[in-house]
Write a protein that binds this ligand. Structure first.
Ligand code: UDP
Length: 457
């Protein structure tokens, strides 16, 4: 994991030193500690099952990051919108990590696109919670995705603390790489994102490329930008016995398993995998009896409009005998799918990072991925998998063929993949994030924005 804020001038004044198990920020000789962070995740809860609807990599990111920050003695309270009347006001996710359910609008029936109208109610809930504590309860706000950024903007200003924001995805980047016929992100989102970028003290990008996109598309300043690679839970996702995984999942031992895992939506391009499989079978009909293409996940985003479109495509292509659809599963079972797979296939049009790529590699499985977003960081082309430029099914079939025919390639790249992924633990991601927090907490006069921020007495 690298953590290299583009900003260096202010960082130079910051030193991190572990003292009595706590993270110390030494500022000109004075110690300053991030003690408690208000983490905002308006539109999706860290308690939701990822892999369908609005729950995906960001949920995993928040859960893992929060736990590892708590290990560094930084308490985290995650605010999320209550989506059921059964939910308790608070849930302890792990020691030092509390999830707070905020009532903002009706529990059910709202889609993500409705949520801008509930941001005022959500902000009200966040501010009321803080008002029930002594002043200074939260040292810092860390918002995730632009909707939360809007709330964080107000909360940080009201409390006089820094705002750290992680975009996860950016409307302008998505719109620049849309799948054919997919719906672009609306202007309201693009405007909202620009406002958050302007308000944030620090912007955490998954990769240097993402930091570049923040600067190019949203005018982020170098002194705001920091790069922290996300991680992978190396306890859950670790190499294992492929034969045992296949038995557990009912897959034949001699199968060629080309796995898709994640949310089913045009942006992730599972259709490209299906079309490539059809081309591959035309070229290599002898593979037909052995080829299995599991699609693990549920519909999401614009994919919800036609949740059965992928099944229909499989029927049109005449490959229903090969493709198997499975609802989303918990991470231990997903690890079994990765171990069972010959390769994980990610033909996405856009990915801010692509956690499934790291997870599969951590299980010793090579990844065939589109050369977009964070995937060129997650996958080492020719070493731990293959990066494919573009989305032409012919190119994808050519890229997949060696994995179907050369078990020694799968074994060699699988071993390299596990070694590569082992470098991306969440502990390192949390350490990098804590360093960004520390940088944001240094010299409050600087982040007070020339006195525009109100600090409470
Ligand atoms: N995931 C899961 N169960 C599933 C499919 C996916 O738990 O059946 C998780 C997976 O482990 C990964 C996340 O969903 O951590 C997807 O993250 P990624 O960054 O790949 O995609 P995103 O959803 O953020 O677009």
């Amino acid at each position: 994991m690298t953590q290299h804020p583009v900003r260096t001038a202010r960082r130079a004044q910051t030193t991190l030193a572990p003292t009595r198990g706590r993270l110390q920020v030494l500022v000109g000789g004075r110690a300053r500690r991030p003690r408690r962070v208000a983490m905002l995740s308006v539109h999706t809860s860290p308690l939701h099952q990822p892999g369908t609807g609005d729950a995906g990599g960001m949920n995993v990111y928040i859960v893992e990051l929060a736990k590892r920050l708590a290990d560094l003695d930084i308490e985290v309270e995650v605010f999320t919108r209550a989506t059921s009347s059964d939910l308790p006001p608070t849930v302890e996710l792990a020691p030092g990590v509390l999830v707070r359910h905020v009532t903002a609008g009706p529990y059910e029936g709202l889609i993500k696109e409705d949520l801008p109208a509930q941001l005022c109610a959500f902000t009200h809930g966040v501010l009321r919670t803080e008002a029930g504590h002594r002043p200074g309860h939260y040292d810092l706000v860390h918002s995730h995705y632009w909707l939360s950024g809007q709330v964080g903007w107000l909360a940080a200003e009201r409390w006089g603390v820094p705002l750290v924001h992680t975009m996860h995805t950016m409307g302008k980047v998505k719109n620049a790489a849309l799948a054919e016929g997919d719906t672009p992100e609306p202007a309201a989102r693009l405007i909202g994102e620009s406002q958050v970028v302007e308000a944030a003290d620090r912007l955490i990008a998954n990769t240097a490329d993402e930091a570049g996109e923040l600067a190019q598309h949203y005018g982020a300043r170098p002194d705001q930008l920091a790069v922290v690679h996300p991680g992978v839970n190396l306890e859950v996702f670790r190499p294992g016995d492929r034969a045992a995984a296949r038995s557990a999942l009912g897959l034949p031992q001699d199968a060629v398993v080309l796995l898709f895992a994640g949310r089913i939506q045009p942006l992730k391009a599972p259709d490209v995998l299906l079309r490539a499989v059809s081309v591959l079978l035309d070229r290599r009909p002898e593979l037909r009896d052995r080829l299995v293409v599991p699609v693990v996940g549920g519909p999401s985003g614009t994919g919800l409009a036609e949740p059965k479109s992928l099944q229909k495509l499989a029927a049109q292509l005449g490959i229903c005998d090969v493709v198997r659809f499975h609802p989303p599963v918990g991470q231990p079972e997903l690890a079994q799918w990765y171990r069972a797979a010959t390769a994980l296939v990610m033909p996405s049009y856009s990915e801010s990072f692509g956690l499934v790529a790291l997870e599969a590699q951590a299980c010793g499985t090579p990844v065939v991925a589109a050369a977009v977003g964070g995937l060129p960081v997650a996958v080492r082309d020719g070493e731990t998998g293959t990066l494919v430029p573009g989305h032409d099914p012919q190119d994808w079939a050519r890229a997949l063929e060696p994995y179907a025919l050369q078990p020694e390639l799968v074994a060699r790249q699988g071993e390299a993949a596990a070694r590569h992924a082992a470098r991306f633990g969440w502990g390192a991601a949390a350490g990098g994030t804590a360093e960004v927090y520390a940088g944001a907490l240094v010299r409050p006069d600087a982040w007070l924005g020339g006195g525009t921020r109100r600090r409470r007495a």
